[in-house]
Write a protein that binds this ligand. Structure first.
Ligand code: PSU
Ligand code: MN
Length: 309
């Protein structure tokens, strides 16, 4: 088994293929955020606008998903619509990939699975909303996202707005430190908390330009230091939520998930949906805007990285 075999599982969109062959900047995007992270039709609108922003900033977007067992690197408009609309699409993380591919069914890829597919295609910059992490109460549930272990071994930089306080942000950062994953605060020395700009937890690296980040990625991978990098890009001030308000709503959602016995991969989508309803859609609007903000930064990093490789 070698890379030649792995590539046979991939269908790379012609535009993405050309960009990769010519060493042009490409940005990967995930599909779980579409199928399980946001409601229809906002999910499809967000996916389209995110792709548009990435193009505007000079990179080629490649949304990643699995269709009938084929790993798609780059979706067309119709396929984006399908992932936004269809119900019952599997949420695919590392553990699920071989099963979904071999059964020739559809799957929406999480941060972990998107990283794997991106690296197979030769894409090293990936934009999303938030990463999975160590859930609150993980000392009892052991609920720690496979996104974190993936970050320790797959060479893809993930631009996100930090981690939501549905997670234990302190423990998430500790875990990433143990795994040797650098966490960069973009224009900040604090890890952002998704809906808000601050979490109260410092990152050990703070960088102020996309160029410096690209240079650091190059150094990391040229040194053979395997694994990804987390870039925490705070939500723009204008869209950030009131901390007490969002915290209260998150606490209520977590209690409800516990009461209903929600477990495993269903936890994150359940909480996102509850929080959206409880905040009358305000959390969704923030979620959408922070993705756009990450798209701008991620595209610029990809452009700078393509320039220095
Ligand atoms: N955070 C969000 N929206 C999302 C996710 C996380 O704000 O849609 C998704 C991502 O795909 C992430 C996954 O990889 O949830 C993590 O799920 P889990 O906690 O089950 O590992
Ligand atoms: Mn989990």
């Amino acid at each position: 088994m070698n890379n030649v075999n792995l590539i046979n599982y991939l269908d790379i969109h012609p535009e993405v293929k050309t960009a990769l062959e010519e060493g042009k900047p490409v940005v990967a995007l995930e599909s779980t955020i579409i199928s399980h992270g946001m409601p229809y039709p906002q999910n499809v609108e967000t996916a389209r606008e995110t792709e548009r922003i990435i193009r505007e900033y000079g990179a080629v977007p490649a949304t990643i998903a699995i269709i009938k067992g084929r790993i798609k690197i780059g979706l067309d408009d119709e396929q984006l619509e399908y992932f936004g609309k269809a119900s019952g699409i599997a949420k695919v993380s590392r553990r699920d990939m071989a099963y979904i591919v071999s059964q020739e069914v559809d799957g929406a890829t999480t941060v972990a699975a998107t990283m794997i597919c991106a690296e197979l295609a030769g894409i090293h910059v990936f934009v999303t909303g938030g990463i999975g992490g160590v859930h609150r109460g993980a000392e009892n549930t052991f609920d720690i996202s496979a996104d974190l272990t993936e970050l320790s071994k797959t060479n893809v930089a993930v631009i996100c707005a930090g981690a939501k306080s549905i997670l234990d942000i302190g423990l998430t950062l500790e875990y990433l430190e143990t795994l040797g994953v650098p966490v960069i605060g973009f224009g900040t020395d604090e890890f952002p908390a998704f809906y808000t700009r601050k979490s109260g937890y410092k990152t050990n690296i703070s960088l102020n330009s996309e160029k410096e980040i690209a240079k650091m990625l190059k150094a990391k991978w040229e040194l053979g230091l395997e694994g990804g990098v987390v870039i925490g890009n705070p939500i723009p001030e204008a869209y950030s939520m009131d901390e007490d308000y969002i915290t209260k709503n998150i606490d209520v959602a977590i209690l409800e998930a516990e009461k209903l016995g929600i477990k495993g991969k269903d936890v994150t989508p359940f909480l996102l949906d509850k929080i959206k309803t409880a905040t009358e859609g305000k959390s969704l609007e923030s979620n959408i805007q922070l993705v756009y903000n990450n798209a701008r930064v991620g595209a610029k990093i990809a452009v700078d990285l393509a320039g220095c490789l």
